[in-house]
Design a protein around this ligand. Structure first.
Ligand SMILES: Nc1ncnc2c1ncn2[C@@H]1O[C@H](COP(=O)(O)OP(=O)(O)OP(=O)(O)O)[C@@H](O)[C@H]1O
Ligand SMILES: [Mg+2]
Length: 361
């Protein structure tokens, strides 16, 4: 097992600054996910760790050694691409063992490794087939198998499941998690799918414009997003946002706008705000109580504009003075569109962001 430490990494491609002074510490044996919108630099970062792209400045350390300029084959890493990149003329067994054969690994050792990987990935019955005769999920398993046989300390995955249908994606996701436990390798996994990120990651780095916005456990990032971008990137529906001002009133701190006022005195401010402060209040749909709000604080009124039945729960869209507010309803209460309904915000679960910097307060 090897750790991966990235220090002040900068990468320019064709005059574009794609990665900017990026720092990331991945512990040995950890499963880290890089999550971010298309074009934010996830693949570039992964490829630079693999040694497929030159860094402009900064350092990449793998297993405690400076590997910034090391040859890809000397880095102790294996990379799985989104496109399976299998050799069409070779069968599954030959595809998996190809890398080992060209670097002169003894035959018996190759057989042991291929058997182990095909066991793990249930590829045994497919070993003699060519890629053209495999399903997408099976091809991706072979591509993963090819990475496993290298017995690398660090495994890198670039959106390996994005070409698969939803059901297969969920299955392979579970298998990958299991594989991580069995292999104990350090894994860095790129995706723009938040469900994949939340379920696989021990820690995840949310990226935007080549910059890591937050690096923490999925649970912490979800409940305490570091800024407005992270807050809205995660969650479906996303976090509800209300613009307003923080005001000091007789020892209390109150969030206020034209339509609501919320006492936020007990909010764990990083720094106590002084005077009036432009601010955005965020609350997740599951932290909005709809209907039965008797006795709750901060009750306001809205009208139901849409009800989405999701099976286990319903998503309720509320028209609140022209803003669409999403709430999640678990119970069986009778709801109709166009009807007025009250809702309240669970004050203990809110996030507050600075109106100008958009950073968490
Ligand atoms: N060779 C290149 N020359 C110039 N710009 C490049 C080059 N390769 C990538 N870029 C730019 O770098 C940025 C990051 O690309 P990258 O492929 O790392 O994004 P990504 O996060 O992996 O996106 P996706 O989710 O779509 O795969 C993009 O804006 C892209 O246009
Ligand atoms: Mg990419």
């Amino acid at each position: 097992m090897s750790n991966v430490a990235i220090r002040n990494l900068q990468i320019q491609l064709g005059g574009n600054k794609v990665i900017e002074s990026l720092n990331l510490d991945v512990k040995a044996g950890e499963f880290v996910v890089l999550l971010g919108p298309s074009g934010c630099g996830k693949s570039t970062l992964l490829h630079s760790i693999a040694g497929l792209i030159d860094t402009t400045s900064g350092q990449i350390e793998i297993g405690g050694k400076d590997m910034t300029w090391a040859d890809p084959k000397d880095r102790g890493i294996a990379l799985v691409f989104q496109s399976y990149a299998l050799y069409p003329t070779m069968n599954v067994e030959a595809n998996m063992s190809f890398g080992l054969r060209i670097n002169g690994t003894p035959k018996a050792e190759i057989a042991r490794r291929v058997a182990r990987a095909s066991d793990m990935l249930q590829l045994g019955p497919l070993l003699k087939r060519k890629p053209a005769n495999l399903s997408g999920g099976q091809r991706q398993r072979v591509a993963i198998g090819r990475a496993i046989v290298r017995e690398a300390d660090v495994m890198l995955f670039d959106e390996p499941l994005s070409n698969l249908d939803a059901k297969l994606r969920t299955e392979l996701r579970r298998e990958l998690k299991q594989l991580h436990k069995q292999l104990g390798a350090t894994m860095i996994y790129v995706t723009h799918d938040q469900v994949e990120a939340m379920t696989l990651a021990q820690r995840m780095a949310v990226m935007k414009g080549g910059v890591v916005q937050q690096f923490d456990t999925p649970a912490n990032i979800y409940s305490e997003p570091a800024n407005l971008f992270v807050a809205t990137f995660l969650g479906s529906p996303g976090m509800n946002l209300f613009k307003g001002k923080l005001e000091q009133e007789g020892g209390r701190t109150v969030f206020r706008n034209d339509h609501m006022s919320v006492d936020v005195t007990d909010y764990p401010f990083k720094q106590q705000p002084a005077g009036k402060h432009e601010c955005v209040l965020g609350v997740r749909p599951e932290d909005i109580d709809v209907g039965n709000c008797d006795g709750a604080e901060n009750v306001v009124c809205a009208s139901v504009s849409l009800i989405e039945a999701m099976g286990a729960h319903r998503v309720l869209w509320l028209d609140f003075h022209g803003t669409q507010v999403a709430g999640i309803v678990q119970d069986q209460q009778h709801l109709e569109t166009e009807k007025d309904i009250s809702f309240s915000i669970r004050t203990k679960r809110i996030s507050l962001f600075d109106g100008a910097s958009e950073q968490r307060l």
